[in-house]
Design a protein around this ligand. Structure first.
Ligand code: NAD
Length: 259
């Protein structure tokens, strides 16, 4: 299936590793020139080189913290009028809500709610004027089924989800869609670190801790980031213009509800 994206341009945030990287890769395979943002230069340049070698598309790198005003300005200076915006940033740490200060909440809100909203604000009017735009926010399965220790994430991402639900109904008439992708359990550096921590805490091997977690997933395995990237690319396709304001769960069937 030709996704009709050849020659488009995308700004993909937090894309040197993991799910953001997979989205950038999948878009590049469809002929989309990608601007990728991450904080560390080394991993970002390595990812850019791999994408260029595999796809031949133009890849621009921006070393920046997307959760800061300066970081967003640098990303937008490099890619001022994207056709596609993939919002992503690291998730907040786990913990007990009694220990979280106002600053902890502000950090989570900045990274996982206000940064995507600011980037949407900076790009959506241009997309509507050009009559094509695809905005994908990487959120979390925790938006649908909260994870108790991830209260900062549950709260901040739900705020973004609520905001987007309203805006997505305004933009779609201009062929600009806004949707959220909700990852369940994907094989990324972040998840490997989480599983490693759980293994240490329980005094079991990494493989044992992973198997315990995977046993809760009907698919019987961890997700491959490439699957996530492919879903993102399709949601950005020319054919997906009638889908807006949706929360698409990619979790191997783990969410137990009918809807
Ligand atoms: P990861 O740690 O493997 O990769 C994160 C990437 O984002 C890296 O390239 C890192 O450099 C970059 N990054 C992080 N914060 C940044 C910032 N402020 N500015 C610029 N770059 C930044 O993580 P991942 O597993 O790919 O997760 C991506 C998002 O999805 C996170 O918000 C995470 O909480 C969420 N999530 C992931 C899973 C999963 O299964 N992997 C599940 C639920 C939610």
């Amino acid at each position: 299936m030709d996704l009709g994206l050849q020659g488009r341009g995308a700004l993909v945030c937090a894309a040197s590793r993991g799910l953001g990287r997979a989205c950038a890769f999948a878009l590049a395979r469809e002929g989309v020139a990608v601007t990728i943002v991450a904080r560390g230069r080394e991993a970002l340049e390595a990812t850019a080189a791999e994408i260029r070698a595999a796809t031949g598309v133009a890849v621009t790198t921006v070393v920046a913290d997307i959760a800061t005003t300066d970081g967003r300005a640098a990303a937008l200076a490099a890619c001022p009028a994207p056709d596609i915006l993939v919002n992503n940033a690291g998730g907040p740490p786990p913990g007990d809500f009694r220990d979280w200060s106002r600053d902890d909440w502000i950090k989570a809100l900045d990274a996982n709610m206000l940064t995507p909203i600011e980037l949407i604000k900076a790009t959506v009017d241009g997309m509507m004027a050009r009559r094509f735009g695809r905005i994908v926010n990487i959120t979390s399965a925790a938006v649908k089924a909260p994870i108790d220790v991830l209260g900062l994430s549950n709260g901040a991402r739900s705020g973004l989800t609520g905001f987007v639900a309203g805006l997505a109904r305004k933009t779609v008439a201009h062929n600009v869609t806004i949707n959220n992708l909700l990852p369940g359990f994907f094989d990324t550096d972040r998840i490997r670190a989480v599983v490693g921590g759980q293994a240490k805490a329980k005094g079991v091997s990494y493989e044992e801790a992973l198997a315990e977690r995977v046993a809760t997933i009907p698919a019987g395995r961890i997700g491959d980031p490439a699957e996530f990237g492919a879903a993102c690319a399709w949601l950005c396709s020319a054919q997906a213009g009638y889908i807006s304001g949706q929360n698409w769960l990619l979790d191997g069937g783990a969410y137990p509800g009918t809807f």
